[in-house]
Write a protein that binds this ligand. Structure first.
Ligand code: BTN
Length: 240
């Protein structure tokens, strides 16, 4: 069980950077850096993560002591935990879905994103920096916020942050004790676009097929028209 050490800042460039500095100075697992706003929040693939006041922006450290190719499973651990936390506060029958590799959608719109950055030494992960951005009070166009799915109920940032950390603790413990399988199943039960046609943008090309499974490494399995299964471990996913 991780005993979280939380530090909250009014404003920073990116909580990822602050945490990385602390880890380079010797901090270990369980450090949480939260900012009320970020001036240069970033998302996957170097995109901006616009970070005004009112939402949750935090990065926390994990030291899973595993090989680099297993560490990708942690993004599913965190996605499942985030979904559980949102499930605790949402009201009504809004539909949560997990979009590969690590977006949380509600009613088909993005509510939260996860960014994993790692430090690898000799093929092993020395630490992981897990960044979570959750829209609570506001969301960009086309996205959704927690306030949109909670009726009249207010969901303050800090109690929600603590719920996320509690859920990360329990899903992470499950992963450590029992491995990836149960997390994979929980993720697949909420998978966005499972069995649907989609296209994946890879570094140099676009591949089309049907999203048929998530494999034991957390790779997306895409079945192409000629019946071939391709395992995808990064790239952007578009459902068409
Ligand atoms: C994505 O969906 O592209 C991932 C978004 C991750 C955003 C969070 S906010 C806290 C942490 N600090 C950052 O600069 N990014 C992550």
């Amino acid at each position: 069980m991780i005993n979280w050490h939380i530090q909250t800042f009014a404003s920073t460039d990116s909580t990822q950077n602050l945490l990385r500095n602390l880890l380079n100075e010797g901090a270990g697992e369980g450090v949480v850096i939260q900012a009320l706003e970020q001036k240069q929040g970033r998302g996957r693939h170097g995109r901006d993560w616009v970070s005004p006041l009112g939402n949750l922006y935090m990065s926390f450290s994990l030291a899973p002591d595993c090989a680099a190719d297993v560490a990708g499973q942690l993004s599913f651990v965190v996605a499942v935990a985030l979904s559980r936390a949102v499930g605790r506060v949402q009201e009504g029958d809004h539909v949560r879905a997990l979009k590969w590799p690590n977006d949380l959608l509600v009613n088909g719109k993005k509510l939260a994103g996860i960014l994993l950055e790692s430090d690898i030494k000799d093929g092993k992960v020395s630490y992981l920096i897990v960044g979570c951005g959750v829209n609570i009070l506001s969301a960009p166009d086309e996205a959704i916020a927690i306030k949109d799915i909670c009726g009249d109920k207010q969901v303050p940032i800090h109690p929600f942050r603590d719920m996320v950390l509690e859920e990360v603790n329990s899903v992470y413990r499950l992963w450590k004790e029992e491995g990836f399988e149960r997390i994979r199943e929980e993720w697949l039960a909420q998978a966005y676009g499972l069995n649907e046609q989609m296209s994946v943008t890879l570094a140099d090309k676009r591949v089309k097929g049907r999203f048929v499974d998530l494999d034991k490494k957390g790779q997306l399995l895409l079945r192409t028209e000629d019946g071939q299964d391709i395992a995808i471990n990064s790239g952007d996913v578009y459902f068409s």
